[in-house]
Design a protein around this ligand. Structure first.
Ligand SMILES: *Cc1c(COP(=O)(O)O)cnc(C)c1O
Length: 422
């Protein structure tokens, strides 16, 4: 495969951009590869600047559940742009998308839009502390909540690959109120509530973690979180930045029938533009400025182009049977994939239309389990799939995604190619 132009572009990029990338995992270092530079994308097809085509299973980290460059979403975007791209003054699109989010996500009665998942989480945590007048935040090892200072403790995604799990540049005092516990560990969470329950502002969790690869909650773990937070007057925050509109229209909270107090959404909700949101119970959300004392703002928040892309996307996702079809196709694909790779020392975790192939024979229920996988072998698998024109998410600590645009032929070819890896 000729990748000369991408290699040259990378040399140029590192002159001006640290590591040549605007988000660290894109550098592909942990999988022993150098970055691709993409020229265009359509459906599930990525085309790099050398003219190579790849079938995309990363989909901009789960954003493109309809595939890239969807004609209906594009049309809405073009129409929005023809009226200007930002006003800094309310527009009707904001209310429309807010209504769609509130009507679909049970835990969200009021919602505010921001520009990234990081911002959504940061604001939700501030609000939780403002509401409870408490400081402590409980999170779980391997869950990633964006690059918020005080949540970079035992975090997943790109942070998982750093030797020290929290980032340099974060003073100890900033993380003094953050406690990270093992995911799926009922005893640990019970114990911490017994010891500090009355000082805990919130428990934040990816209800189905996808940033340590896909890991599933076990034995009513989420229900226990709901019970404990309710008992102690703490808030439960579901970080559904990946899972909202991915697992289903109502996210993980609908699937497991557990309503959190606050929810963050992102990725899919912006339809490919920088938009995310946090929302929750109306009485809590009323503490936000200008109604209340918790400050939160944004120059480009509720941007009309991003809102239009989000509205067009959610409307398409609301069509009858969308998730049933997508999830059924994924189930069949995962079943075939499991058969094809059996005996190769891998474990596949999957839910809805997302999955991770772990290079380990153990069941994977926690960050510790993921850290024990064979990452050298995963790197070799990534490079092998790339040579065969598949772009999978470039880390063991990430999820892969299926979109409506993946054809049965493409899924079958993935199974065939993956099955020949050893
Ligand atoms: C992606 C992600 C974030 C961060 O969102 P950004 O838009 O990258 O800032 C936060 N939480 C979860 C669960 C995510 O998947």
């Amino acid at each position: 495969m000729n990748r000369k132009k991408s290699e040259k572009a990378y040399k140029e990029a590192v002159k001006w951009i640290p590591g040549g990338v605007n988000s660290p995992v894109r550098a592909l270092r942990s999988v022993g590869a150098s970055p691709l530079f993409i020229k265009k994308a359509k459906g599930v097809r990525l085309t790099d600047i050398d003219g190579n085509n790849f079938t995309d299973f990363c989909l901009s980290w789960g954003v493109f559940i309809l595939g890239h460059n969807h004609p209906v979403v594009n049309k809405a975007v073009r129409q929005a742009i023809s009226n200007g791209t930002s006003y800094g003054i309310p527009s009707l699109q904001e209310t429309k998308l807010a209504e769609l989010v509130c009507k679909n996500v049970t835990g969200i009665e009021r919602v505010r839009f921001v520009n990234s998942g990081t911002e959504a989480v940061m604001s939700a945590v501030r609000l939780a502390r403002g509401y409870t007048k408490r400081n402590i935040i409980i999170k779980f090892d391997g869950c990633y909540h964006g690059h918020v200072d005080h949540l970079l403790v035992a975090a997943g995604s790109g942070v998982a690959k750093l030797g020290n799990s929290s980032s340099a540049g974060v003073p100890d005092s900033f993380v003094a109120h953050t406690i990270s516990l093992p995911f799926n560990d009922q005893e640990a969470i019970r114990k911490i509530f017994q010891e500090k329950g009355n000082d805990i502002a919130a428990v934040i969790v990816e209800p189905v973690p996808a940033n340590m690869g896909v890991v599933l909650p076990k034995n009513n773990f989420l229900r226990l979180l709901r019970e404990l937070t309710t008992e102690y007057g703490s808030l439960l925050i579901f970080d559904e930045v990946i899972s909202a509109f991915r697992i289903g229209l109502g996210g993980v909270q609908q699937l497991f029938d557990i309503t959190p107090d606050l929810t963050t959404v992102g990725k899919i909700v912006g339809g490919g533009f920088p938009a995310a949101a946090f929302g929750g119970r109306a009485d809590i959300m009323s503490l936000l400025a200008p109604d209340g004392p918790v400050y939160q703002a944004g120059t480009l928040s509720g941007n009309p182009v991003a809102m239009s892309a989000g509205i067009a996307t959610l409307n398409l996702l609301s069509e009858d049977g969308f998730y049933r079809k997508l999830n059924d196709r994924t189930d069949a694909f995962i079943k075939a994939l499991k058969t094809a790779v059996s005996g190769k020392g891998v474990t596949i975790n999957a839910i809805g239309s997302m999955f991770t192939v772990f290079f380990s024979e153990q069941t994977i229920n926690s960050f510790e389990d993921v850290k024990a996988t064979d990452q050298e072998r995963f790197g070799a698998f990534f490079r092998y799939m790339l040579r065969n024109n598949f772009y999978i998410s470039p880390s063991q600590f990430e999820a892969n995604f299926i979109s409506e645009a993946h054809s049965d032929e493409e899924l079958a070819r993935f199974v065939e190619v993956a099955g020949k890896f050893y």
